[in-house]
Design a protein around this ligand. Sequence first.
Ligand SMILES: *[C@@H]1O[C@H](CO)[C@@H](O)[C@H](O)[C@H]1NC(C)=O
Ligand SMILES: *[C@@H]1O[C@H](CO)[C@@H](O)[C@H](O)[C@H]1NC(C)=O
Ligand SMILES: *[C@@H]1O[C@H](CO)[C@@H](O)[C@H](O)[C@H]1NC(C)=O
Ligand SMILES: *[C@@H]1O[C@H](CO)[C@@H](O)[C@H](O)[C@H]1NC(C)=O
Length: 415
Amino acid sequence: MKFALSLLVICAFQHTSLAAPSALTKRLENGLGRTPALGYNNWNNGGCTHATAESALNVANLLISLGLKDAGYTYVNTDDCWSSNSRNSTGHLVPDPTKWPQGIKPVADEIHSMGLKFGLYGDAGIMTCAGYPGSQGHEVQDALTLAEWDVDYWKHDACYLPCGDSGDVPQGCYDPNSSTKPYYGIMRDALAEAGRPIFFSICNWGRDSVWTWGKDYGNSWRMSNDIANNWGSVASIAARAAGIAEYAGPGGFNDLDMLQVGNGGLNENEERAHVGLWAIAKSPLLIGTDLSKLQNSTLNILKNKALIAINQDTLGKAATYFQPAGASAPVDGSLYPYWAGPLSDGVVVGIVASEGAANLSVSFADVPGLGSGSWEWSEAFTGATGEGTGVSADLPAHDMRVYKVSKGTLMYSVR
Ligand SMILES: *[C@@H]1O[C@H](CO)[C@@H](O)[C@H](O)[C@H]1NC(C)=O
Ligand SMILES: *[C@@H]1O[C@H](CO)[C@@H](O)[C@H](O)[C@H]1NC(C)=O
Ligand SMILES: *[C@@H]1O[C@H](CO)[C@@H](O)[C@H](O)[C@H]1NC(C)=O
Ligand SMILES: *[C@@H]1O[C@H](CO)[C@@H](O)[C@H](O)[C@H]1NC(C)=O
C-alpha cells in the first residue's frame, strides 16, 4: 500500500511543468495529528512582535494558569520573525539573540517540563514572509536543527517561491503553473529523516488544491488565505471548508487558520460561531490573542469541554452542510446555517445564524446519519439537553449552537 502510494506521487510529478527537485518517495507517517492540533500561535496577536522566548514562556504559563492546558491546548507555537536575518557561516538557522538570549533549546526544554509542546515557523521559499531566511535548499539541514532543538511542530509557509516562467520571486506567487507541492515534499522527507517526530503544518494558503494531497505530505494544511479579524473572513473561510470536509481525517486535517477570538473584531455571538465552526470542521484550534487580557466569555468558549470533545473525536471526520427539507440550497461562497458530521459515538449538528437573527430548526430526520424517531441531544454552549425528533434555537445574528445527537442507551450498550 505504501509502495503503491509512493509510485502515484512520483507519477503525478511527471505531469507538472515544474521539475520535481527530488524524488518524493516517502509518505509522512509520524504518528502525529491523529486529532486536530490544539494550542497557541502568537501571529494574530501583533505579528512579528511576539516571536520571543519571553513571549513563548508567558504563553506557556498562561495556558496553565487559565486552565487551557487542562482543556487540551498544548502547542506553544512561535511564528515568523524568531530568527536572525541571515544564516551563520555553516548555513544554519540562528535564533535572534536579542529575542532568544539562551537559544531555542532551553526554551523548548522548559516548555516540555511544563507538559507542553513547542512549535516554530519557517518557509518553503528563499525567505519567510517577513524576509527572514527560508528553508529552500536547506531543508535537510533545517530539519536536523529543529530535531536538535527538540521542536515539536513546524509551520511551513509559502512566501518567496518561484513564480513559474517569469522567474520572479515575489512574496506571494499565484502563477497556477508553479506548484508548491514539490517543496512540501522535500520538507516532509527532511522532517521524516530528522530523528524526531515533528508535526508538519503546511501553510500554502490553499494553493494547488492542497486538501487533495495534504494528507500524504503533512499533518494539517491551510486551505485559505490568512484569516482577518472580522466576521466576513470567518464566514468565508468556514463556507470554503464545508466544500472540502471529506479530505479531513486522523493524521491530516484542513487548517482553517489561527483563531481571532479575543482580538476585538468579533462580538460574543461571533466568537461562539468562529470556534464552533472551526471545531466541527475539525480544524486545528490555535489561539491567537493576548492571553493576559482574555475576557471570561472568550475563555469560556475556548475551554468548552463539549466542543473540544467534538473537535478531538477519534473518528476525525469533518462536518459539512446538509440541506433540510424546505430550506433553500447553499450558495457557493456564502456561509450556510445547517451543518452535520459523524462522530465516533453520534452525530454533530451545527446551526449558525449566518445572515442575521433567525429561529432555526432542524428535524433529525433530515440529518445525514440520523433519521426519524426520537434522539437524545446535548448542546455545547448552553448545556441544554433533551430528547426528541429535532431541535430549534432562536439565535441573534451570527450566533451558533452545536448539538451532539445520539441514541444514548444504544451508544453505551455497544461499548
Ligand atoms: C551555526 O548555528 C548552529 C545552530 O544555530 C550551531 O549549531 C553552529 O555551531 C553554528 N555555526 C557556527 C560556525 O557558529
Ligand atoms: C500555464 O501553462 C499553460 C499550458 O502550458 C500556458 O498556456 C499558460 O500560458 C501558462 N500560464 C502562465 C501564467 O505561465
Ligand atoms: C471572570 O471569571 C472569574 C472566575 O470565574 C471571576 O472571578 C471573575 O469575577 C469574572 N470576571 C468577570 C468580569 O465576570
Ligand atoms: C422557533 O421555531 C420552532 C419550530 O418552528 C418553534 O417551536 C418555536 O416556538 C420558535 N421559537 C420562537 C422564539 O419563535
